[in-house]
Design a protein around this ligand. Structure first.
Ligand code: ATP
Ligand code: MG
Length: 137
C-alpha cells in the first residue's frame, strides 16, 4: 500500500468539480485519507513548484495556483503514485487518454485540473509540505 499527494487545481475548484474528480480517484481504487481546502500563498506555490523555477511558464503557473483555493489530498492504494498519474492523464489534455481526469475536465496544458506526485521521494516531500503528522491516519 502506497500513498501519494494530489492537488485539485484552481480551474477545477472554481468550476465545482471536486466531487467528480474525487469520484475518479475512488473508481480507480484510490482512497482519500486526508483532504483540505486551502488558499496557497505565492511563496508556497513557488516553493512547491521550485523544480520548474527556470521554465518559461513558472510565473504563470504560480499565479494560476494562487488564483483560487485548491484542495490538497493524500491518496492511498496499491501503486497509488502510478495509479493516480494514470487516472490524471497526460499533462496536456490534448494528449490525455479517454476517461482520464485531464481529458474530461482540463482546460489547457496549464489549467489542467490536477497535480499528482511523480515518485516516492516527491510524494513523501509533498505530503509533508501540506500535512502534519496528526492530520494523517
Ligand atoms: P503536475 O506536476 O502538476 O502533476 P505534470 O507532472 O503532468 O503535472 P509537469 O511537467 O510537472 O507536469 O508540469 C507541472 C505543471 O506546470 C503542469 O501540470 C502544468 O500545470 C504546468 N505546465 C507544464 N507545462 C506547461 C506549459 N508548456 N505551459 C503552461 N503550463 C505548463
Ligand atoms: Mg510534475
Amino acid at each position: 500500500i502506497q500513498r501519494t499527494f494530489s492537488i485539485i487545481k484552481p480551474d477545477a475548484t472554481k468550476r465545482n468539480l471536486t466531487g467528480k474528480i474525487v469520484a475518479k480517484f475512488e473508481e480507480a481504487g484510490l482512497r482519500v485519507v486526508a483532504s483540505k481546502r486551502i488558499q496557497m500563498t505565492l511563496a508556497q506555490a513557488q516553493a512547491f513548484y521550485g523544480v520548474h523555477k527556470d521554465r518559461p511558464f513558472f510565473g504563470e503557473l504560480c499565479e494560476f495556483m494562487i488564483s483560487e483555493p485548491v484542495v490538497v489530498q493524500v491518496l492511498e492504494g496499491e501503486d497509488a503514485i502510478a495509479k493516480n498519474r494514470e487516472v490524471m492523464g497526460a499533462t496536456n489534455p490534448a494528449d490525455a487518454a479517454e476517461g482520464t481526469i485531464r481529458k474530461e475536465f482540463a482546460l489547457s496544458v496549464g489549467e489542467n485540473s490536477v497535480h499528482g506526485s511523480d515518485a516516492p521521494e516527491t510524494a513523501a516531500q509533498e505530503i509533508a509540505f501540506f500535512f502534519s503528522g496528526i492530520e494523517l491516519v
